[in-house]
Design a protein. Structure first.
Length: 332
C-alpha cells in the first residue's frame, strides 16, 4: 500500500511538472522579445498641444498653438532601456517658417525603463513661440500681413515622469506602445499609472514679466487590448481616464508690479486611440490615431483645457548591437 501511494504521488508530481513546463513554454513563445536586438525607430506625428482658455462670462476661447504641424522622433531601444529625442524639422510639411504666425521651436528628450511588469518614463520638453489661432475673436482690425496675435517669448518647459504597472503578466505593453516585443495571441490588461510633473510657463510682456509654475500629480487607469489580425499584423485599441491635482503659482514682476497668486485645482484627463501594427524579426511599422484631454477650472472660474487629436506613423529596424555596447550592457 505504501509502495502504490508513493508511485501515485510521483506520478501526480511528474504530471504537474510536465504541465508547468508546457505552460512556461507557451508563455515564452506567445511573446517574442527583441531585448537582445538594438532597435532604431522613427516616429512622425502631429502630437503638438493646443491650449484653450475659456472665460465663463463670455464663453470666448483663447486658442494658443505652436507654428509647427509635425514632430519627428528618433528612438533607440536596447535591453530594458529606451531613449528618444523629438524635434520639429523644417523639412517636414507644415514646419516652414511663417512670418504671419511667428517662429516656434520644440524639442524633448525621453527615457523609458521596463523592469518586470513596471514601465518607468522620464521626459524633458521645451516649447517656445505661440500664436492665437482665433485672433479674429479678440482683434478684428488686424492687418492682412499680420493676421495673428503673437506671443514669441511665451515659453513652456516641462519635466515629467510616470510609473505604470501591467496587471496582466501575460499582456505585453512593450508590444503595443514601444514595439520592443511581439505578442502572438489576443490579450488585454488594465494598467494603472501614476503621473507627476513640473511645468513652467514664462513670457515677457514688455512692461512686466509673468511666470507660472505648475506641479501636477494624477492617477489614471488605462486599458489596452492586443487583437491579432494575422501572423504579422495586430490591431490595438486603448482608453484611459484619471483624476489629479494641480498646484499653481503665478508671479508678475515689473517696475510698478509685484504680484503673486497661489492656487490648487482638481484636474480631469481622458483619452484613447487605435493602433495598427506590422512586425517581422527585423522590420516594423504601424500607425496610430489618438485623442487626449486635460481640463480644470481656476480660481476665477475660467476653464483651462489642453486637448488634441493626433496621428502617428512609425517605422523601425532591428539589428545586432555593436560589440562595445553589448559588453557594457552585459556588465549590468
Amino acid at each position: 500500500m505504501y509502495y502504490n501511494s508513493t508511485h501515485s504521488f510521483l506520478f501526480v508530481f511528474l504530471v504537474m511538472v510536465f504541465n508547468i513546463s508546457l505552460a512556461q513554454q507557451k508563455d515564452s513563445t506567445a511573446v517574442i522579445s527583441y531585448a537582445e536586438k538594438m532597435q532604431i525607430k522613427l516616429n512622425v506625428d502631429s502630437h503638438l498641444e493646443n491650449y484653450y482658455i475659456t472665460n465663463s462670462d463670455d464663453e470666448t476661447d483663447l486658442n494658443l498653438a505652436l507654428n509647427n504641424d509635425l514632430r519627428l522622433t528618433v528612438l533607440l531601444d536596447y535591453k530594458i532601456f529606451s531613449f528618444s529625442y523629438s524635434f520639429t524639422p523644417d523639412f517636414l510639411p507644415g514646419n516652414h517658417g511663417d512670418d504671419e504666425k511667428g517662429e516656434s521651436s520644440y524639442s524633448d528628450f525621453g527615457i523609458s525603463l521596463f523592469p518586470g511588469q513596471f514601465v518607468q518614463q522620464l521626459t524633458y520638453q521645451r516649447m517656445k513661440g505661440f500664436y492665437v489661432v482665433n485672433s479674429d475673436d479678440f482683434a478684428s482690425n488686424l492687418p492682412e500681413d499680420n493676421p495673428y496675435l503673437l506671443f514669441p517669448d511665451l515659453k513652456r518647459t516641462y519635466y515629467g515622469g510616470s510609473t505604470a504597472y501591467i496587471l496582466n503578466p501575460d499582456f505585453s505593453i512593450e508590444n503595443l506602445v514601444y514595439q520592443r516585443e511581439w505578442q502572438r495571441y489576443n490579450a488585454g490588461s488594465f494598467v494603472p499609472r501614476l503621473n507627476y510633473s513640473y511645468t513652467e510657463f514664462s513670457n515677457d510682456f514688455e512692461d512686466f514679466k509673468g511666470k507660472e509654475k505648475d506641479f501636477d500629480f494624477s492617477l489614471d487607469l488605462n486599458y489596452y487590448y492586443n487583437w491579432v489580425l494575422a501572423e504579422k499584423f495586430n490591431l490595438s485599441p486603448y482608453a484611459y481616464g484619471g483624476l489629479g491635482t494641480r498646484i499653481e503659482n503665478y508671479k508678475q514682476r515689473g517696475d510698478n508690479l509685484n504680484e503673486e497668486d497661489k492656487n490648487t485645482y482638481f484636474t480631469q484627463e481622458y483619452g484613447g486611440g487605435l493602433q495598427l501594427g506590422f512586425n517581422t524579426d527585423t522590420f516594423l511599422m504601424g500607425a496610430r490615431v489618438s485623442y487626449k484631454s486635460l481640463n480644470y477650472k481656476n480660481a476665477n472660474d475660467i476653464s483651462i483645457q489642453n486637448d488634441s487629436w493626433y496621428g502617428l506613423f512609425f517605422i523601425g529596424y532591428r539589428l545586432d548591437p555593436p560589440e562595445n555596447l553589448k559588453r557594457i550592457a552585459d556588465k549590468y
